[in-house]
Design a protein around this ligand. Sequence first.
Ligand SMILES: Cc1ncc(COP(=O)(O)O)c(C=O)c1O
Length: 479
Amino acid sequence: MPENWANPAGLDLHLQLHLEKSPTRPARALEHALRTAMADGRLTPGTRLPASRTLAADLGVARNTVADVYAQLVAEGWCEARVGAGTWVGERAGHPRPSARRPAPGTPPLDLRCGIPDVSGFPRRAWATAARTAVTRAPDADLGYPPTQGTATLRRVLADYLARTRGVHGDPEHVLVTRGFGDLLAHVCRTLRTRGVRRIAVEEYGHERHRRIITAAGLTPVPLPVDEGGADIAALPGTGAGAVLLTAAHQFPTGVPLEAARRVEAVRWAERTGGLVVEDDYDGEFRYDRRSIGALQALAPGHVLYAGTASKALAPAVGLAWAMVPDGFLPALLDSTASAGGGADALHQLTLAVFMEEHHYDRNVRRLRARYRARRERLAALVADALPGCRVTGLAAGLHCLLELPPGTPEERVEQAARERGLLLEGLRTFAAAPRRAARRPALAIGYGAPRAQRYEAALAATVEAVTAAIRPAIRPGA
Ligand SMILES: Cc1ncc(COP(=O)(O)O)c(C=O)c1O
């Protein structure tokens, strides 16, 4: 058990590496030792960590091992680093011990629900600077009522950004900016209804809120089965729907991509029938294993309405989403938007335009990608180690995945066991538009975006406990 008394900035730090538990994995042992020291308060926010070379020499491990562990902890938000200034314990750390002890009364719940981004690292300073620049620069004309379609500046910036990062085809004249995706979906559905559409096909698993918006706009959502290839597009013609809502890049919440043949099949259906494909690309920027698949919209810009949002890459509070709208659909959609009260907040739009033009948006996406990727890998490693019979499925992408449970495990029981441990978890069935098909294994839809960095370990520990507790009685009767 090598020990180390490093002396960073006058602070004695006693690290114990339990190498006997993982003799071939010094990185894992070091990571554990540092996390524990941060969690129990021995390493407090702002504390400089020893230089990787010094710590490596003290512990007798490779320098790269230390550097990799530091990088991992930075990616997860436990630590911060700057070239030339070293690595230190993050300001947001005040880390509880990563155990699943019963929460004290009044403690806010741990949260692993889907669809919630970690906003603790919101780039407040860069956003505030962009806001000041935007207001200073804005001509008087930009301070009037916002154009229904969105400010010309932001539409231009978005058209460039979407072409560059997602391969979306279209010019600023076809961009529409709205107050979030929900607002956009409501306008799209109302427009479809004025054109005589009564049904829209949706994936059988998805946001309940989106289905409510669809219904409130006077359309009926008709579920399409979802399997490992995404939505079953072959079932689309039989639904009688005039439009289909797809999360093609990363199905929400099962995490699978729409397979290539089905992407083509979906646009062929739209071309053949005059139907509209609504592509909800809510987390398309977040792919971790390789470059993202481009937007489906590029296959048929005249038939696919592409939608993106600032809620994941920035924060839901920004309250902006955007669409690249097919030519033939745009005038009617603008009418609907205007009659529902007009455009999104212009100052926010101008701020976002500056923020994107100065590449802060790209930078933030890159930073979040590293953080979410690390969280996902940590979850997958923990499940592989601690939860036999369970597995993490879905693309290495986005802010969520499925944690499949052993067949027969009641999802409700896991949710209840989690609640008792102060953790919010949701079973896959809670996203279902229709009763579950027998073939589908029970699963949890895990959102690893929601917790602040310093609560993530505790949320994972509570998950392991809750699943273990719920599985045990399920196994006993046959034992
Ligand atoms: C599937 C899906 N689509 C779209 C969105 C974005 O919605 P909004 O822009 O209203 O935050 C979310 C956010 O959670 C989502 O999960």
